[in-house]
Design a protein around this ligand. Sequence first.
Ligand SMILES: Nc1nc2c(ncn2[C@@H]2O[C@H](COP(=O)(O)OP(=O)(O)OP(=O)(O)O)[C@@H](O)[C@H]2O)c(=O)[nH]1
Ligand code: SF4
Ligand SMILES: [Mg+2]
Length: 410
Amino acid sequence: MNKVANSERLHIAIVGKRNVGKSSLINSLLGQDLAIVSEVAGTTTDPVKKAAELLPFGPVVIVDTAGIDDKGELGQKRISKTVNALSSADFAIVVLDGRDRLSDKERELFSYLEKISIDYIIAVNKIELGVNPQLLEELKEYKALHFEISCKENIGTDSMKWKMISILPQEQERTIAGDLIGKGDVIVLVVPIDTGAPKGRIILPQVQTLRESLDEDAISVVVKERELRGALSHLKVLPDLVVTDSQAIKSVMEDVPEEVPLTTFSILMARYKGDLPLFVEGLNKVEELKDSNKVLVAEACTHHAREDDIGTVKIPGWLRMHTKKDLQIDIAHGHDFPNDVSNYDLIVHCGGCMITRKAMQSRVNQAKMLNIPIVNYGVLISYMHGAIPRTIQPFDEAMAQWDRMQLQPL
Ligand SMILES: Nc1nc2c(ncn2[C@@H]2O[C@H](COP(=O)(O)OP(=O)(O)OP(=O)(O)O)[C@@H](O)[C@H]2O)c(=O)[nH]1
Ligand code: SF4
Ligand SMILES: [Mg+2]
């Protein structure tokens, strides 16, 4: 089975006013009737993600969205969900009705896409019913390529698809841990199977690290924390790298000899999707928190909310115990990341394994732009357990950041 995780696929959002043919375009691009099409304006109400093979490009997620001209209070909520979906997209197709002129909503949409640096193309649809020459004139103001198509009559959709594939952003090949691993290295992965572990499987960062270790022709040993000591004593050599779940860091640190590089899956994630030196810098703020300061604990999916209490209980508990301050702590799950985080003093974000790098980066950039310190669970948990700087030692930039700070290991 060749299944690429959704968070690793390029996300293409299809946006535009109601009834312009967004869902029809998805069906045309994928050559299948996947999205619901109807003449009723407002058929698509929530962003709908479809994992698909966009041939010959490869695996993508196509995000169908509600019209940007939806009306009323509910309409506003739908529009804000569309805007949210756009912030995690890598590319967008704006669909227009060829008979109309450009509306203010569509102009705002172009400005927004340019502001958040998302490349897009424009699909002028329904051309078999006619094309408004003024619309084509108005589109000349914009740099984005436009294509005149008809989803209904299958005109121009194929050539648009080919051109789009040639300009889709190519994600730089990134590794979660591959650059730390050499051929023949011995890599030990510590994977606790506790109440937080999903039934019958292991979580994405662990799978990705194991896969990259295999790709690098390393020798991979996977154990629970209780078996770690036994595994290390059976090995004839010291491991070249140990990676553990953050929550087991205290006992793992005691079991792994000082000279062995040790890090956590969540710190690997911080580097892979977020910004590890920035998260290390965020630890400064933990020491400066004052009574009634506001902290946002953000989880990118609802996994932990269901499976354990890391974000709701443990992180708030550790923060309050460590700072001895009366903190105001808000928790955001899934897509509920606030549009405006300007009134927070610190953001503590989860590893973000289930969202795209783009989505994680957009949250990190929001914090950066507003000068709000941000850490991730892995960096914070390691720090709280006295494992920083040890767990960031393999990463030069993060270590350089730590060395610039006045903090001491706890
Ligand atoms: N004539 C013509 N009709 C089209 C074309 N593409 C889509 N339609 C029709 O336009 C209507 C709306 O199509 P959808 O694909 O549901 O449009 P949408 O933008 O997803 O609409 P909402 O989800 O309601 O925002 C349907 O009746 C389609 O059959 C086209 O190229 N030509
Ligand atoms: S995205 Fe965040 S909350 Fe969801 S499983 Fe990954 S680390 Fe946990
Ligand atoms: Mg639709």
